[in-house]
Design a protein around this ligand. Structure first.
Ligand SMILES: [Zn+2]
Length: 435
């Protein structure tokens, strides 16, 4: 949803060249993808091409780029209350895409995105980054603002059109477009006091009240009013609740977590958020109680075992941590972030064959989702093989757009690797890239 008080922000923010920071997390990415996929399909995006990026930024914002890349801000995900409201946000953004509003902006945004990209994991990834300046540099600062200032130039007509097209997409996808209404109502709550002071004729951006009225009128029309729509089942709602809880547990400050999830709230989501927050704050015993409660309630939920693995790692219990992650991967194969987490713990434990196993896990994770953390872990797992470790570090720096270092490591790797081995060829590819 374009910033509703964009007109104010445009004045307040000058150009900010901070790096955009992404969160990689199997649970968050997969649940969100599942929820928005029908709308993307209705917009003509094949499921295999849809790619969700989670932007670590407290803005209530989202955008679609390149036709099939959906960027959702953590500030939006942690606030949007239902799967259907999330679909409405994405439908609106796809409306901008279908309306051709992105044309001039695309090049500018793409240039910004290439400038610097930081990718962060949660759980063990976060703990490792915390103790590792090379991994965590800038990541924790999370300064974005990049997409923010590039994205403010939609006109009033374009916003109206994106809402219109978005509602149509929702209908075509078979979901109730009243998701728009809950989003606008929420935006009004957030910006009402500011908007009420604004003269709508003095700005180029539609006020939420106007958008809300337009969509309400459209929904009252007879072709929509009498339609029967799909509703989200409890399972989808519960999975979405857990995603929000995970984000809030990891990213919000303690006082905010207490407001969002008071102790009286005994839902799975509330326990999840509090367990994560306790782990973050070093209250491992508190986190352990919550995690065990969650596992006893949902024995088949892989992500509760992921949390147990994180927690045991925080305790320094490497065997128990490995067992928990292994169980999570059994319950949900193809979980690149959990595979990376297990590899981290295996390289830390360093028992017989642990590093060999860690190398396999990193390679599998990289095939599914190449992240700096997976390459960094791979380099650690290759500690007895300097040439391959150098290649992995070259990939690590390359992904972070630290080109000088990427070139330095790739050169060193090449000089020691067997010519035409896969790692040799990949190092060469890095050296051949135009920077
Ligand atoms: Zn918009």
């Amino acid at each position: 949803m374009r910033k509703v008080f964009a007109f104010l922000i445009a004045v307040l923010f000058s150009v900010n060249a901070g790096a955009i920071s992404f969160i990689n997390d199997t649970e968050i990415e997969s649940v969100v993808t599942e929820i928005i996929e029908p709308v993307a399909n209705a917009a003509g995006i094949a499921p295999s091409r849809l790619h969700v990026f989670i932007v670590k930024d407290d803005e209530f914002n989202a955008f679609v780029m390149g036709g099939e890349d959906v960027y959702l801000y953590t500030g939006l995900l942690s606030k949007i209350k239902s799967p259907n409201a999330l679909r409405a946000v994405v439908a609106h953004e796809m409306g901008h895409m279908l309306g051709g509003h992105m044309v001039q902006m695309a090049a500018a945004i793409e240039a910004e995105m290439r400038r610097a990209m930081l990718i962060q994991a949660l759980g063990v990834g976060l703990m490792v980054a915390g103790g590792n300046p090379s991994l965590g540099a800038g990541v924790m600062a999370g300064a974005s603002g990049v997409a923010r200032q590039s994205l403010l130039s939609f006109s009033r007509d374009e916003e109206r059109m994106a809402d219109e097209l978005g509602v149509n997409l929702m209908v075509r996808a078979g979901f109730n477009p009243n998701g728009f209404i809950s989003v606008f109502e929420q935006m009004q709550k957030m910006t009402g006091p500011i908007e009420s002071k604004v003269n709508p004729n003095a700005i180029n951006h539609p006020l939420t009240a106007e958008r809300l009225k337009n969509v309400r009128d459209k929904l009252a029309g007879k072709e929509i009013k009498n339609k029967v729509f799909a509703t989200d089942d409890d399972k989808t709602i519960s999975k979405y609740e857990l995603v929000r809880a995970k984000l809030i547990g990891y990213l919000a400050d303690t006082s905010q977590i207490k407001i969002s999830y008071p102790y009286s709230d005994k839902s799975d989501a509330a326990i999840y958020a509090r367990a994560i927050a306790n782990m973050r704050n070093g209250n491992l015993a508190g986190a352990a109680v919550g995690t065990q409660t969650l596992i006893s309630r949902q024995m088949q939920n892989p992500f509760f075992y992921e949390l147990l693995g994180d927690l045991e790692y925080a305790y320094g219990h490497y065997d128990a941590s490995c067992a928990a992650y292994e169980h999570a991967i059994e319950l949900r194969p193809n979980s690149p972030q959990i595979e990376t987490a297990l590899a981290i713990v295996l390289t830390a434990r360093d028992g017989p064959d642990d590093k060999i196993h860690a190398i396999e896990l990193c390679k599998s994770a990289i095939l599914q989702s190449p992240t700096p953390l997976a390459y960094w872990t791979l380099a650690r797992a290759y500690s007895d093989d300097t040439a391959r470790a150098d290649w992995a570090m070259a990939e690590y720096y390359n992904l972070q757009n630290q080109h000088d270092k990427a070139v330095e490591y790739a050169r060193r790797a090449k000089s020691h690797l067997i010519p035409d081995s896969p790692e040799y060829i990949k190092s060469d590819d890095i050296l051949k890239q135009k920077h």
